[in-house]
Design a protein around this ligand. Sequence first.
Ligand code: NAD
Length: 298
Amino acid sequence: MTEHATPGTVGFIGLGTMGCHMARNLLKAGHAVHAYDVRPEAVAEISGAVPAASIAEAARAADIVITMLPDTPDVEAVVLGPGGLADNPPPGGIVADMSTISPQAARRMHGLLAGRGVELIDAPVSGGPVGALNGTLTIMAGGSAAAFARARSFFAAMGTTVTHVGGPGAGQTVKLCNQVMVAINIQSCCEALALARASGVDLAQMREVLMGGSAASWMLDRLGPAMISGDASAGFRIDLMLKDLRLVAEMAQSLAVPLPGTALVTSQYVAARAHGEGGNGNQALFRVYDRMTNQVRD
Ligand code: NAD
C-alpha cells in the first residue's frame, strides 16, 4: 500500500485531546472512521465519523484499529480486556497503538495479538495537539516492516515524519527518549527565565533573542510565550508528562541506566502536581519557579 492508496476503514478508539484531531485528519484523507470512546460525547464531536457503541463495533469492518488512550492499563484493557480487540480482531489484521505506554507492555501485547493473527504496531507520536490538528505529527513506529508498510498510508494522514524505528516496542522506546529530552528542555527554559526575571530582563525580548541563537528550541518557541504570560491552559498536561516520566524511570531501572537529570526534573513535575497543576499544560512547570523565587502573579 502506498501513501496515496485507496481509502480504507479505520476503527479509532480514544477521541481525546489528540485523538479527535487525528480522527478528523483520517476523515479528511478520505478514510472511513468508526469511532469509539467511553465518553460518547467525544465521538459525537467528530463530524463524519460513524459512532461505534463498543470496541467490537469499531473493529468490525476495520482495515486498521488505532488506539489513542491515556496510559498502559487503558490500552491493555482495550486490547486484552473483556470485549477487547484480542477477542474482536479487525479483519485487516492491524492494530496501531499511538498512545505513549510502556515498551515492555507493547511487546507483550504484540506477542499475544500475534497469536490471534493480528499485528500490533506501537506508533506513539510527538508534536502535541497543534501537530495533531495540522496533521504534522512525528510518528515513531515499532513492529514488523510488513505491518508498517500496510499502516503507513493511514499514518501519513496524521503526520509528516513517519518512521519505522525497529521491532515491537521500538516506537515506545524512542518516544520515551524523546520525553527525556522534552522534560529536561522545559526545565532548562524555566531556569533561564527564572534567572532573567529575577534580574529584571524583558523576558519576551530575551526569548526572541535566544530563538536566534544556539539555545533555540521547540520548547522555548512553543511554550516560552505561555510560560512568560502565565497561561497554564492545557495542551500536553503535567499529569501526562508525569506518566511518561514514570515509564522512563521504569525503563531506565530495568536497563540499569542512571538518568540523574531526568530524576531531578521529575521532582519538579511532582512539585507542580502537588501545587494543583496536574491538569495544566507543561509550561505550568514554570509556576514551580514562581513559588521558588517568591513571584506573585495576578
Ligand atoms: P486524553 O485523556 O485527552 O484522551 C484519551 C481519550 O481516551 C479520552 O477521550 C478518554 O475518554 C478515552 N478513553 C480512556 N479509556 C478508554 C477506554 N477504555 N475505551 C475507550 N476510550 C477510552 O489524552 P490525550 O492527550 O489525547 O493523549 C493520548 C495519548 O497520547 C497519551 O498516551 C499521551 O501520553 C499521548 N500524547 C499526548 C500528547 C498531548 O499533547 N496531549 C502528545 C503526544 C502524545
